[in-house]
Design a protein around this ligand. Sequence first.
Ligand code: DGL
Length: 232
Amino acid sequence: MFIPYSTPIALIDSGIGGLCLLKYLTRKYPNENYVYLADNENMPYGNKTAQFLQKRLLNLINYLYENFHVKLVILACNTASASSLEYLSKNSPVKVVGLNILNLIKDKDYKILCTKLTAKKYKELNIYICNKLAQYIEENIFNKTLLIKKIKSVLTKANIIENNIILGCTHYELISNIFKNVQSNKNFILPCFDFVNQLQITPSQTKVGDILMLSTKPSKSYIDKLWQIYKN
Ligand code: DGL
């Protein structure tokens, strides 16, 4: 019997952060094929310029489109979405979607935790830049004790009086449980969770559900790390 191959959905982040979006997405659409691309060669995205990221992401998308015929690209990264979504929507050969913090604010009292480049886009909002936090999470993802200590110190420094905290970087959302444990009196808002909830695609009819993990700095141990986090 001929089983049509369903072209994959691509997800891009600078590293491990977007895996939280992949986890939600594969739960909602288990029969899709996915390509997860970690641009760890350029991690952290938060310290790059918008111009650099726009060109870089367009190159990555062209690569994914030409080699895997991806049908949709998801920027599983707040920094990439804030800096480049508009540019990529105009220039990409395939549909690109991304995270949008603005949708989540409404009239709540909130503080957004994010990277330097995301903050540039949302200057007028109530923001706290967590300098180098994404790299710290990337490097210490398996050391819960260190992560708890780090998040405690970040939240103490940030001294947040608002009731709602938006985790505006996918690396932070990946460890949202730690944020919640450290500061249980706040409401944490999760952009990837909301994005996947809102996303409507026509599900693939083929029961395949393959996932391909890729990184731009090729290393077997990094791919193993992506799998380990995804399965966790
Ligand atoms: N995980 C990314 C984000 O959501 C970027 C982190 C970084 O590379 O600076 O913003």
